[in-house]
Design a protein around this ligand. Structure first.
Ligand code: ADP
Ligand code: MG
Length: 697
């Protein structure tokens, strides 16, 4: 039998394959490109392309594609075969360095937010050699960035790579001041991914799931998640078979799938990989989501990645575990052994605290979607207010520094001036706060506001850039100072003073906290996507992101536009789906059942006029009232849909959706869900919540 280590990474053109397939000269020069970003010359690219093709063909590939991540949030691919005609009328398999490095998909239909008129539509894709090529089905996939001919980013990878570079540059300046040796600093991410599994045959009967990925109707079943019996519960055989195959597929692609368990809601599960470099983690998370869905189909299941597929039970999120490390593997968010190392740790910690406070809006924006608006602040996910949880020990250390008082931790050290007296403290692993949006968990931060279908690129772009900005401000100051230690101590102290409002160690689900956060601490509460997105163009955000060359102003404008457009389109599709289902499925079903009951009463009365027909009479009355409501509310919904689509611009449109359309949608739903529980099950046109949530066995 093949063991996991036999086939792990078997579909990846990774370092091991490169070493065996490339001459040592070509390998060295490619390695230099991967590690240090050195330019790759065409002869090397040709040799790499040739080896890649040979390896891919050996492994059954017939096609190649530049695999990229346009602003739709999912991945895109256009396959070309390797075939090239040969003079004898046959074909050879061919792939050049040019084709490896650059592609020109006719990608005119991807959103560009005005960056690219359709007549000059041809963007280009450029190879990202730091993320390994891999085989999916019969296609060699080459991870690429996607740009316009003017050089503007049209994807999520380009700004992510730029943000990693920005952080690298500033972190190296800081490390130099501490005399810490490093060639580069990279951020790493381990994204925990939640998802639901439902039976495919039930899914196919629900147009809301098919068109929108979530249920738009559905009465609460007798049982939900109140027993807490699903979380970490025994995994059912069918789900286990699914997870087994999913792991195998992911492992073949070199994805470090590590942890799997049942989540809180019935039918909800989680998968977490071992962390890796941010851009690779991003590629892997996109692939993971794709493969989760593919494998589900083979098991007669559908994997739902929507943030809120079901009302009344938890939705699905994604936790972005994030840290920074040097090429030597030193985690900069890990408290060190000596006071001096701890000073370095504290400075990096402060850089994150400052970044999260200064750019709380950007973090919120990075997770803003129509789907995620149902979760944030709904007592199942962190609130829409960003805050940081540090744990008791670190908190005490920071307080002691801020107030120049003795640190009353394990070693009771006086915290005064220079770094020599900063105490040694242990990493705090006992403290767990599940309600904090941004929690320090020993040697990394865990950002918990992401929705399950979000690309993790957006969050990490903002996080990397904001931290790069803090580090830049620190480096600009410290590089000028004669007395490094005193300046450092003062800087840490000042950061704590200026930014302690963002630190909150209590219960983030508490309404009191939201009051305190917004009224006393002045933190932002950007409740919905339309509230959040326009802040992307606030001057401080544009200044920061453009100064680190992560985005140009034009790129930011286009992203603002695209995100809002996406929000509007998503909700309008939901509203249209609701209207159709109400008119074409729900009303006819109720009508049929009411007629059936009325008929039955008539027959009873015909048989013997004294037979009481209380149920029949009341049910038909109630259903008729509900039918009237559903009819009227659908008409109102239709009216608001027209109003929304007629809005002057996308900002206006998003406000109309937030303030009017969503209300109309929930009013319609209430009437329909009430009708559901009054109608006989066999007359109801689609599977119920109970069947969907408890169907997989
Ligand atoms: P939980 O938050 O559920 O307790 P874990 O502590 O096991 O989960 O970690 C969750 C994720 O954090 C995993 O993907 C893990 O690889 C990742 N992780 C661990 N250390 C780091 C680190 N230094 N940087 C980034 N991610 C990390
Ligand atoms: Mg976690």
């Amino acid at each position: 039998m093949k063991t996991v280590s036999d086939y792990f990474g078997s579909l990846v053109f990774d370092d091991r394959v490169m070493k065996s397939k490339l001459s040592s000269k070509v390998y060295q020069s490619l390695k230099k490109t991967i590690d240090e970003g050195a330019q790759l010359d065409l002869s090397v690219a040709n040799a790499v392309a040739d080896a890649m093709k040979e390896w891919a063909v050996e492994n059954g590939a017939t096609h190649y594609t530049h695999w990229f991540q346009p602003l739709t949030g999912i991945t895109a691919e256009k396959h070309d075969s390797f075939i090239s005609p040969s003079p004898d009328g046959r074909v050879i398999m061919d792939f050049s360095g040019k084709e490896l490095i650059k592609g020109e998909p006719d990608a005119s239909s991807f959103p560009s937010g005005g960056l690219r008129a359709t007549f000059e539509a041809r963007g280009y894709t450029a190879w990202d050699p730091t993320s390994y090529a891999f085989i999916k089905g019969k296609t060699l996939c080459i991870p690429t960035a996607f740009c316009s001919y003017g050089g503007e980013a049209l994807d999520k990878k380009t700004p992510l790579l730029r943000s990693m570079e920005a952080l690298n540059k500033q972190a190296l300046r800081i490390l130099k001041l501490f005399g810490t040796d490093a060639k580069y600093v990279r951020t790493s991410v381990g994204p925990e991914q939640e998802y639901f599994l439902v039976l495919k045959e039930l899914y196919e009967k629900r147009k809301d799931l098919i068109y929108t990925g979530r249920t738009l109707f559905g009465a609460k079943p007798p049982k939900g998640q109140e027993m807490d019996d699903h979380y970490f519960g025994v995994i059912k055989p069918r789900v286990e078979a699914y997870m087994t195959e999913l792991n195998e597929e992911l492992w073949k692609l070199g994805i470090l799938a590590k942890t799997q368990h049942n989540e809180v809601a019935p039918a909800q599960h989680e998968l977490a990989p071992i962390y890796t470099t941010t851009n690779i983690a991003t590629d892997h998370n996109q692939l993971t989501m794709e493969i989760m869905q593919k494998v589900a189909a083979r098991h007669g299941l559908v994997c739902l990645l929507h943030e809120k597929p079901f009302a009344g039970v938890n939705g699905s999120g994604k936790h972005n575990n994030w840290s920074m490390a040097t090429d030597a593997g030193v985690n900069l968010l890990s408290p060190g052994e000596t006071p001096y190392e701890n000073a370095q740790f504290l400075l990096f910690l402060c850089a994150v605290i400052k970044a999260v406070d200064d750019y709380q809006d950007l973090l919120r924006i990075s997770v803003a979607t129509a789907g995620n608006d149902h979760r944030l602040g709904a007592n199942e996910a962190p609130p829409a207010v960003v805050s940081i949880f540090l744990g008791d020990e670190l908190n005490a250390v920071l307080e002691a520094i801020e107030t120049d008082t003795p640190y009353m931790g394990a070693e009771k050290t006086q915290m005064k001036l220079g770094v020599d007296v900063l105490p040694k403290f242990n990493r705090d692993t006992t403290d767990r706060n599940r309600t904090s949006p941004f929690a320090f968990t020993g040697n990394k931060f865990e950002f918990r506001m992401l929705g399950s279908s979000n690309s993790i690129a957006c969050t990490n772009i903002m996080l990397n850039s904001a931290v790069a900005e803090s580090l830049k401000i620190y480096a600009d100051r410290l590089e000028k100072e004669e007395d490094f230690e005193t300046a450092l101590h003062e800087m840490i102290k000042k950061t704590i003073k200026d930014h302690k409002r963002i630190i909150f160690n209590g219960n983030g689900y508490d309404d009191e906290w939201i009051k305190e956060a917004t009224e006393k601490r002045g933190l932002m509460n950007l409740r919905t996507t339309p509230d959040a997105i326009p802040h992307l163009l606030d001057k401080k955000n544009v200044d920061m992101l453009t100064s680190h060359k992560v985005f140009s102003e034009a790129e930011l404008k286009s992203r603002c536009e695209i995100t809002l457009e996406n929000y509007c389109k998503t909700v309008v599709i939901e509203a249209n789906t609701m209207s159709q289902i109400a008119k074409r499925e729900i009303l006819p079903a109720i009508e049929e059942y009411a007629a059936f009951v009325a008929q039955s009463a008539n027959s009873k009365k015909a048989l013997d006029a004294s037979i009481p027909c209380i149920y029949e009479t009341e049910a038909v009355k109630k259903l008729s009232v509900l039918e009237g409501q559903i009819y009227e509310r659908t008409a109102e919904l239709d009216k608001v849909i027209v109003k929304v689509t007629d809005a002057a611009d996308v900002v206006e449109e998003s406000y109309l959706i937030r303030d009017e359309l969503l209300t109309k949608m929930s009013e319609l739903r209430v009437a329909c869900d009430e009708a559901e529980v009054t109608t006989a099950e066999k007359f109801w046109p689609f599977p119920t919540y109970g069947e969907l949530l408890f169907g997989v066995r």
